[in-house]
Ligand binder design. Structure first.
Ligand SMILES: *Cc1c(COP(=O)(O)O)cnc(C)c1O
Length: 402
Protein backbone atom coordinates (compact mmCIF):
# COMPACT_ATOMS: atom_id res chain seq x y z
CA UNK A 1 0.00 0.00 0.00
CA UNK A 2 1.15 3.48 -0.84
CA UNK A 3 1.66 5.80 2.10
CA UNK A 4 -0.56 8.83 1.63
CA UNK A 5 -0.14 12.27 3.12
CA UNK A 6 -2.65 15.09 3.64
CA UNK A 7 -6.37 14.49 3.97
CA UNK A 8 -8.17 11.57 2.41
CA UNK A 9 -10.63 12.70 -0.30
CA UNK A 10 -13.97 11.17 0.70
CA UNK A 11 -16.06 11.77 -2.40
CA UNK A 12 -18.60 9.00 -2.01
CA UNK A 13 -22.19 10.29 -1.85
CA UNK A 14 -22.44 9.60 1.86
CA UNK A 15 -21.21 9.35 4.48
CA UNK A 16 -19.83 12.78 3.59
CA UNK A 17 -17.00 14.86 5.03
CA UNK A 18 -17.75 15.98 8.58
CA UNK A 19 -16.66 19.61 9.01
CA UNK A 20 -14.31 20.45 11.87
CA UNK A 21 -16.98 22.61 13.49
CA UNK A 22 -19.19 19.57 13.86
CA UNK A 23 -16.36 17.34 15.07
CA UNK A 24 -15.57 19.94 17.75
CA UNK A 25 -19.24 20.17 18.73
CA UNK A 26 -19.45 16.40 19.24
CA UNK A 27 -16.23 16.31 21.29
CA UNK A 28 -17.80 16.92 24.71
CA UNK A 29 -18.26 14.98 27.91
CA UNK A 30 -21.40 12.92 28.20
CA UNK A 31 -24.20 14.59 30.14
CA UNK A 32 -27.24 13.33 32.06
CA UNK A 33 -29.88 12.74 29.40
CA UNK A 34 -32.61 13.34 32.02
CA UNK A 35 -31.13 16.63 33.20
CA UNK A 36 -31.80 20.31 32.35
CA UNK A 37 -28.72 20.70 30.12
CA UNK A 38 -29.92 17.88 27.90
CA UNK A 39 -33.44 19.26 27.86
CA UNK A 40 -32.16 22.47 26.30
CA UNK A 41 -30.20 20.54 23.65
CA UNK A 42 -33.15 18.25 22.92
CA UNK A 43 -35.61 21.12 22.56
CA UNK A 44 -33.19 23.01 20.32
CA UNK A 45 -32.54 20.16 17.86
CA UNK A 46 -36.17 19.01 17.78
CA UNK A 47 -37.24 22.56 16.83
CA UNK A 48 -34.29 23.18 14.48
CA UNK A 49 -34.66 20.00 12.45
CA UNK A 50 -38.24 20.97 11.57
CA UNK A 51 -36.90 24.06 9.84
CA UNK A 52 -34.59 21.88 7.74
CA UNK A 53 -37.48 19.63 6.68
CA UNK A 54 -39.52 22.85 6.16
CA UNK A 55 -42.32 21.59 8.36
CA UNK A 56 -44.36 22.75 11.34
CA UNK A 57 -45.08 19.12 12.21
CA UNK A 58 -43.10 16.95 14.60
CA UNK A 59 -39.87 15.30 13.47
CA UNK A 60 -38.79 12.12 15.28
CA UNK A 61 -35.04 11.57 15.75
CA UNK A 62 -33.93 7.94 16.01
CA UNK A 63 -30.49 6.70 17.07
CA UNK A 64 -30.34 4.54 13.94
CA UNK A 65 -29.11 4.57 10.35
CA UNK A 66 -31.52 5.61 7.60
CA UNK A 67 -32.72 2.04 7.15
CA UNK A 68 -34.28 2.20 10.61
CA UNK A 69 -36.26 5.31 9.71
CA UNK A 70 -37.54 3.54 6.54
CA UNK A 71 -38.89 0.78 8.76
CA UNK A 72 -40.37 3.27 11.24
CA UNK A 73 -42.29 5.02 8.43
CA UNK A 74 -43.84 1.74 7.27
CA UNK A 75 -44.64 0.10 10.62
CA UNK A 76 -46.26 3.16 12.19
CA UNK A 77 -48.75 3.83 9.39
CA UNK A 78 -49.38 0.55 7.59
CA UNK A 79 -50.72 -2.87 8.52
CA UNK A 80 -49.57 -6.23 7.15
CA UNK A 81 -51.49 -6.96 3.99
CA UNK A 82 -51.92 -3.27 3.08
CA UNK A 83 -51.21 -2.37 -0.53
CA UNK A 84 -48.38 0.03 -1.24
CA UNK A 85 -47.18 1.61 -4.49
CA UNK A 86 -43.43 2.06 -5.02
CA UNK A 87 -41.32 2.96 -8.07
CA UNK A 88 -38.13 1.20 -9.12
CA UNK A 89 -35.79 4.15 -9.46
CA UNK A 90 -32.64 2.29 -8.39
CA UNK A 91 -30.90 0.34 -5.65
CA UNK A 92 -32.32 2.24 -2.66
CA UNK A 93 -35.89 2.09 -3.96
CA UNK A 94 -35.33 -1.66 -4.44
CA UNK A 95 -34.09 -2.09 -0.86
CA UNK A 96 -37.07 -0.19 0.56
CA UNK A 97 -39.33 -2.36 -1.61
CA UNK A 98 -37.72 -5.54 -0.24
CA UNK A 99 -38.19 -4.28 3.32
CA UNK A 100 -41.88 -3.57 2.69
CA UNK A 101 -42.35 -7.09 1.34
CA UNK A 102 -40.63 -8.61 4.36
CA UNK A 103 -43.00 -6.66 6.58
CA UNK A 104 -45.93 -8.35 4.86
CA UNK A 105 -47.06 -5.41 2.74
CA UNK A 106 -48.40 -6.08 -0.75
CA UNK A 107 -46.16 -3.92 -2.86
CA UNK A 108 -46.68 -2.93 -6.46
CA UNK A 109 -43.37 -1.88 -7.93
CA UNK A 110 -43.62 0.38 -11.00
CA UNK A 111 -40.72 -0.92 -13.13
CA UNK A 112 -37.90 1.45 -14.07
CA UNK A 113 -34.59 1.43 -15.94
CA UNK A 114 -32.55 3.04 -13.10
CA UNK A 115 -31.96 6.15 -15.26
CA UNK A 116 -35.09 8.15 -14.43
CA UNK A 117 -37.09 9.27 -11.42
CA UNK A 118 -40.61 8.42 -10.34
CA UNK A 119 -43.00 9.08 -13.24
CA UNK A 120 -45.90 11.13 -11.84
CA UNK A 121 -48.10 10.03 -14.77
CA UNK A 122 -47.47 6.34 -13.99
CA UNK A 123 -48.45 6.96 -10.35
CA UNK A 124 -51.63 8.75 -11.48
CA UNK A 125 -52.48 5.95 -13.90
CA UNK A 126 -52.12 3.29 -11.21
CA UNK A 127 -54.11 5.25 -8.63
CA UNK A 128 -56.86 5.96 -11.15
CA UNK A 129 -57.48 2.20 -11.41
CA UNK A 130 -57.70 1.86 -7.63
CA UNK A 131 -61.31 2.99 -7.29
CA UNK A 132 -61.74 1.19 -3.96
CA UNK A 133 -58.73 3.01 -2.48
CA UNK A 134 -56.98 -0.18 -1.42
CA UNK A 135 -53.54 1.43 -1.93
CA UNK A 136 -52.61 2.91 1.43
CA UNK A 137 -49.29 4.56 0.60
CA UNK A 138 -47.14 5.77 -2.28
CA UNK A 139 -43.42 5.57 -1.41
CA UNK A 140 -40.75 7.45 -3.40
CA UNK A 141 -37.03 8.00 -3.06
CA UNK A 142 -36.43 11.74 -3.61
CA UNK A 143 -32.75 11.53 -4.51
CA UNK A 144 -31.82 8.02 -5.72
CA UNK A 145 -28.24 7.85 -4.48
CA UNK A 146 -27.41 4.82 -6.63
CA UNK A 147 -28.17 6.63 -9.90
CA UNK A 148 -27.91 10.39 -9.31
CA UNK A 149 -31.55 10.99 -10.22
CA UNK A 150 -33.86 13.34 -8.28
CA UNK A 151 -37.58 12.64 -8.49
CA UNK A 152 -40.12 15.46 -8.83
CA UNK A 153 -41.98 14.97 -5.57
CA UNK A 154 -44.25 18.02 -5.88
CA UNK A 155 -45.48 16.60 -9.21
CA UNK A 156 -46.12 13.19 -7.68
CA UNK A 157 -48.23 14.94 -5.02
CA UNK A 158 -50.16 16.81 -7.72
CA UNK A 159 -50.81 13.55 -9.55
CA UNK A 160 -52.17 11.98 -6.35
CA UNK A 161 -54.37 15.01 -5.66
CA UNK A 162 -55.68 15.04 -9.23
CA UNK A 163 -56.89 11.47 -8.69
CA UNK A 164 -58.37 12.47 -5.30
CA UNK A 165 -56.67 9.40 -3.88
CA UNK A 166 -56.23 9.28 -0.10
CA UNK A 167 -52.99 7.22 0.00
CA UNK A 168 -50.23 8.55 2.23
CA UNK A 169 -47.16 9.94 0.47
CA UNK A 170 -43.88 8.71 1.99
CA UNK A 171 -40.56 10.09 0.74
CA UNK A 172 -36.95 9.08 1.40
CA UNK A 173 -34.74 12.22 1.53
CA UNK A 174 -31.73 10.49 3.09
CA UNK A 175 -29.32 11.89 0.47
CA UNK A 176 -31.17 15.12 -0.38
CA UNK A 177 -32.06 16.74 2.94
CA UNK A 178 -29.74 19.72 3.42
CA UNK A 179 -28.50 19.66 -0.19
CA UNK A 180 -31.43 19.66 -2.63
CA UNK A 181 -34.60 21.71 -2.17
CA UNK A 182 -37.17 19.75 -0.18
CA UNK A 183 -40.41 20.96 1.45
CA UNK A 184 -42.29 18.51 3.66
CA UNK A 185 -45.32 20.77 4.28
CA UNK A 186 -45.58 22.67 1.00
CA UNK A 187 -45.30 19.47 -1.03
CA UNK A 188 -47.90 17.68 1.08
CA UNK A 189 -45.70 14.79 2.14
CA UNK A 190 -47.01 12.58 4.96
CA UNK A 191 -43.83 10.88 6.13
CA UNK A 192 -40.36 12.10 5.18
CA UNK A 193 -37.44 9.82 5.99
CA UNK A 194 -34.01 11.41 6.53
CA UNK A 195 -30.52 10.43 7.67
CA UNK A 196 -27.61 12.24 9.31
CA UNK A 197 -24.58 11.27 7.22
CA UNK A 198 -25.18 12.84 3.82
CA UNK A 199 -26.39 16.42 3.27
CA UNK A 200 -26.53 17.00 7.02
CA UNK A 201 -22.74 16.55 7.26
CA UNK A 202 -22.89 14.42 10.43
CA UNK A 203 -21.39 11.02 11.10
CA UNK A 204 -23.79 8.09 10.53
CA UNK A 205 -26.08 7.19 13.42
CA UNK A 206 -29.15 9.44 13.37
CA UNK A 207 -32.25 9.18 11.22
CA UNK A 208 -35.55 11.01 11.02
CA UNK A 209 -39.27 10.75 10.38
CA UNK A 210 -41.11 14.02 9.66
CA UNK A 211 -44.80 13.33 10.18
CA UNK A 212 -47.97 14.98 8.83
CA UNK A 213 -51.22 15.16 10.80
CA UNK A 214 -52.71 12.58 8.46
CA UNK A 215 -49.81 10.17 9.05
CA UNK A 216 -50.12 10.66 12.79
CA UNK A 217 -53.82 9.87 12.64
CA UNK A 218 -53.08 6.70 10.63
CA UNK A 219 -50.52 5.65 13.24
CA UNK A 220 -52.93 6.28 16.11
CA UNK A 221 -55.57 4.07 14.50
CA UNK A 222 -53.37 1.34 13.07
CA UNK A 223 -49.93 0.35 11.94
CA UNK A 224 -48.12 -2.88 12.73
CA UNK A 225 -46.90 -4.38 16.00
CA UNK A 226 -43.98 -2.13 16.93
CA UNK A 227 -42.08 -1.01 19.96
CA UNK A 228 -38.71 0.69 19.38
CA UNK A 229 -40.03 2.55 16.32
CA UNK A 230 -43.33 3.61 17.86
CA UNK A 231 -43.93 7.32 17.27
CA UNK A 232 -46.24 7.79 20.24
CA UNK A 233 -43.52 6.70 22.69
CA UNK A 234 -41.29 9.44 21.28
CA UNK A 235 -43.76 12.28 20.86
CA UNK A 236 -44.69 12.57 24.55
CA UNK A 237 -41.17 13.04 25.99
CA UNK A 238 -40.11 15.03 22.88
CA UNK A 239 -42.58 17.77 23.78
CA UNK A 240 -40.36 18.62 26.74
CA UNK A 241 -37.07 18.02 24.89
CA UNK A 242 -36.54 14.48 26.23
CA UNK A 243 -36.37 10.99 24.72
CA UNK A 244 -37.99 7.75 25.98
CA UNK A 245 -34.61 5.96 26.00
CA UNK A 246 -30.96 7.03 25.89
CA UNK A 247 -30.52 9.40 22.94
CA UNK A 248 -27.30 9.67 20.90
CA UNK A 249 -26.41 12.79 22.90
CA UNK A 250 -23.09 13.58 21.23
CA UNK A 251 -24.53 13.24 17.74
CA UNK A 252 -27.26 15.66 18.84
CA UNK A 253 -24.56 18.21 19.71
CA UNK A 254 -23.34 17.68 16.15
CA UNK A 255 -26.86 18.08 14.79
CA UNK A 256 -27.27 21.38 16.64
CA UNK A 257 -24.08 22.62 14.96
CA UNK A 258 -25.13 21.29 11.54
CA UNK A 259 -28.45 23.15 11.77
CA UNK A 260 -26.60 26.33 12.77
CA UNK A 261 -24.25 25.97 9.78
CA UNK A 262 -27.08 25.38 7.29
CA UNK A 263 -28.98 28.38 8.67
CA UNK A 264 -25.96 30.69 8.66
CA UNK A 265 -25.52 29.93 4.96
CA UNK A 266 -29.28 29.96 4.36
CA UNK A 267 -31.09 26.94 2.90
CA UNK A 268 -31.63 28.67 -0.46
CA UNK A 269 -27.89 29.30 -0.74
CA UNK A 270 -27.11 25.73 0.31
CA UNK A 271 -29.32 24.44 -2.52
CA UNK A 272 -27.80 26.90 -5.03
CA UNK A 273 -24.28 25.84 -4.01
CA UNK A 274 -25.13 22.20 -4.66
CA UNK A 275 -26.79 23.08 -7.99
CA UNK A 276 -23.66 24.92 -9.12
CA UNK A 277 -21.37 22.04 -8.16
CA UNK A 278 -23.69 19.55 -9.84
CA UNK A 279 -23.63 21.59 -13.04
CA UNK A 280 -19.82 21.94 -12.98
CA UNK A 281 -19.49 18.18 -12.54
CA UNK A 282 -21.85 17.37 -15.41
CA UNK A 283 -19.96 19.75 -17.70
CA UNK A 284 -16.72 17.95 -16.82
CA UNK A 285 -18.30 14.56 -17.58
CA UNK A 286 -19.62 15.83 -20.90
CA UNK A 287 -16.17 17.17 -21.82
CA UNK A 288 -14.58 13.82 -21.05
CA UNK A 289 -17.00 12.34 -23.56
CA UNK A 290 -18.51 10.09 -20.88
CA UNK A 291 -22.17 9.60 -20.15
CA UNK A 292 -24.13 10.84 -17.13
CA UNK A 293 -26.38 7.95 -16.04
CA UNK A 294 -29.42 10.21 -15.46
CA UNK A 295 -31.41 10.49 -18.70
CA UNK A 296 -33.72 13.38 -17.91
CA UNK A 297 -32.31 16.87 -17.60
CA UNK A 298 -35.09 17.84 -15.16
CA UNK A 299 -33.96 15.09 -12.81
CA UNK A 300 -30.19 15.64 -12.61
CA UNK A 301 -29.10 15.22 -9.01
CA UNK A 302 -27.23 18.15 -7.50
CA UNK A 303 -25.91 15.90 -4.70
CA UNK A 304 -24.05 13.34 -6.79
CA UNK A 305 -23.31 12.36 -10.39
CA UNK A 306 -23.22 8.75 -11.59
CA UNK A 307 -20.92 8.32 -14.60
CA UNK A 308 -21.19 5.41 -17.05
CA UNK A 309 -17.92 3.84 -18.17
CA UNK A 310 -17.53 2.77 -21.81
CA UNK A 311 -18.24 -0.92 -22.51
CA UNK A 312 -15.32 -3.16 -21.63
CA UNK A 313 -14.07 -0.89 -18.84
CA UNK A 314 -14.57 -1.80 -15.21
CA UNK A 315 -15.64 1.07 -12.95
CA UNK A 316 -14.34 -0.75 -9.86
CA UNK A 317 -10.85 -1.10 -11.38
CA UNK A 318 -10.94 2.62 -12.17
CA UNK A 319 -12.00 3.46 -8.59
CA UNK A 320 -9.24 1.23 -7.20
CA UNK A 321 -6.66 3.06 -9.34
CA UNK A 322 -7.89 6.44 -8.05
CA UNK A 323 -7.78 5.25 -4.44
CA UNK A 324 -4.29 3.87 -4.81
CA UNK A 325 -2.82 6.84 -6.67
CA UNK A 326 -4.64 9.78 -5.14
CA UNK A 327 -6.17 8.55 -1.88
CA UNK A 328 -9.67 9.43 -3.08
CA UNK A 329 -12.78 7.30 -2.50
CA UNK A 330 -15.43 7.49 -5.22
CA UNK A 331 -18.84 5.81 -4.97
CA UNK A 332 -19.23 2.34 -6.47
CA UNK A 333 -21.96 1.10 -8.78
CA UNK A 334 -24.64 -0.48 -6.59
CA UNK A 335 -26.76 -3.53 -7.38
CA UNK A 336 -27.04 -4.10 -11.10
CA UNK A 337 -24.84 -1.05 -11.80
CA UNK A 338 -21.81 -2.65 -10.14
CA UNK A 339 -18.71 -2.22 -12.30
CA UNK A 340 -20.62 -0.12 -14.86
CA UNK A 341 -20.75 3.26 -13.15
CA UNK A 342 -18.88 5.23 -10.55
CA UNK A 343 -20.44 8.01 -8.50
CA UNK A 344 -18.99 11.40 -7.63
CA UNK A 345 -20.41 12.79 -4.40
CA UNK A 346 -20.62 16.60 -4.36
CA UNK A 347 -22.79 17.14 -1.32
CA UNK A 348 -22.51 18.24 2.26
CA UNK A 349 -19.56 20.26 3.53
CA UNK A 350 -18.04 21.07 0.15
CA UNK A 351 -16.53 23.93 -1.84
CA UNK A 352 -15.11 24.85 -5.25
CA UNK A 353 -11.56 23.67 -4.59
CA UNK A 354 -12.73 20.38 -3.10
CA UNK A 355 -14.70 19.85 -6.29
CA UNK A 356 -11.67 20.73 -8.42
CA UNK A 357 -9.47 18.32 -6.46
CA UNK A 358 -12.12 15.66 -6.99
CA UNK A 359 -12.49 16.25 -10.73
CA UNK A 360 -8.71 16.45 -11.22
CA UNK A 361 -8.41 13.09 -9.44
CA UNK A 362 -11.08 11.60 -11.70
CA UNK A 363 -9.45 12.94 -14.87
CA UNK A 364 -5.99 11.69 -13.87
CA UNK A 365 -7.52 8.36 -12.83
CA UNK A 366 -9.18 7.93 -16.24
CA UNK A 367 -5.73 8.21 -17.83
CA UNK A 368 -4.10 5.86 -15.32
CA UNK A 369 -6.81 3.23 -15.73
CA UNK A 370 -6.71 3.49 -19.53
CA UNK A 371 -10.34 4.60 -19.85
CA UNK A 372 -10.82 6.33 -23.23
CA UNK A 373 -11.81 9.97 -22.73
CA UNK A 374 -11.07 13.48 -23.93
CA UNK A 375 -8.93 15.61 -21.69
CA UNK A 376 -10.15 18.95 -20.42
CA UNK A 377 -13.17 18.11 -18.29
CA UNK A 378 -11.56 19.51 -15.15
CA UNK A 379 -10.60 22.63 -17.11
CA UNK A 380 -14.18 23.10 -18.28
CA UNK A 381 -15.47 22.79 -14.70
CA UNK A 382 -12.81 25.27 -13.59
CA UNK A 383 -13.94 27.77 -16.24
CA UNK A 384 -17.54 27.35 -15.17
CA UNK A 385 -16.74 27.79 -11.48
CA UNK A 386 -14.60 30.88 -12.18
CA UNK A 387 -17.29 32.45 -14.34
CA UNK A 388 -19.98 31.90 -11.70
CA UNK A 389 -17.87 32.54 -8.61
CA UNK A 390 -19.15 34.99 -6.01
CA UNK A 391 -22.53 34.31 -7.51
CA UNK A 392 -23.28 30.99 -5.91
CA UNK A 393 -26.87 32.00 -5.24
CA UNK A 394 -27.49 32.42 -8.97
CA UNK A 395 -29.14 29.78 -11.10
CA UNK A 396 -26.68 27.76 -13.19
CA UNK A 397 -26.51 29.48 -16.58
CA UNK A 398 -25.63 26.49 -18.69
CA UNK A 399 -27.49 23.24 -18.58
CA UNK A 400 -25.84 20.21 -20.12
CA UNK A 401 -28.10 18.77 -22.79
CA UNK A 402 -29.09 15.18 -22.12
C1 LIG B 1 -27.86 6.01 2.25
C2 LIG B 1 -29.26 5.82 1.81
C3 LIG B 1 -30.11 4.92 2.45
C4 LIG B 1 -29.66 3.98 3.53
O1 LIG B 1 -29.35 4.64 4.69
P1 LIG B 1 -28.44 3.94 5.81
O2 LIG B 1 -28.12 5.08 6.70
O3 LIG B 1 -27.27 3.34 5.10
O4 LIG B 1 -29.27 2.92 6.48
C5 LIG B 1 -31.43 4.87 2.03
N1 LIG B 1 -31.89 5.64 1.04
C6 LIG B 1 -31.09 6.52 0.40
C7 LIG B 1 -31.66 7.36 -0.69
C8 LIG B 1 -29.76 6.62 0.77
O5 LIG B 1 -28.97 7.50 0.13
Amino acid sequence: MTLHTGRHFLQIPGPTNVPDRILRAIDRPTIDHRGPEFQELGASVLAGIRRIFQTESPVIIYPASGTGAWEAALVNCLSSGDRVLMAETGHFASLWHKMAQRLGLKVEFIPGDWRRGVDPAAVAERLAKDKAHTIKAVCCVHNETSTGVTSRIAEVRKAMDAERHPALLMVDTISSLGSIEYRHDAWGVDVTVGGSQKGLMLPPGLSFNAISKKALAAAEKGGMARSFWDWSDMLGPNEKGFFPYTPATNLLYGLQEAIAMLEEEGLENVFARHARHGEATRQAVQSWGLEVLCQDEREYSDALTAVVLPDGHDADAFRAAVLEAFDMSLGSGLGKLQGRVFRIGHLGSFNDLMLMGTLAGVEMGLSLAGVPHQRGGAQRAMDYLASTSGNSAAEPKLRVKA
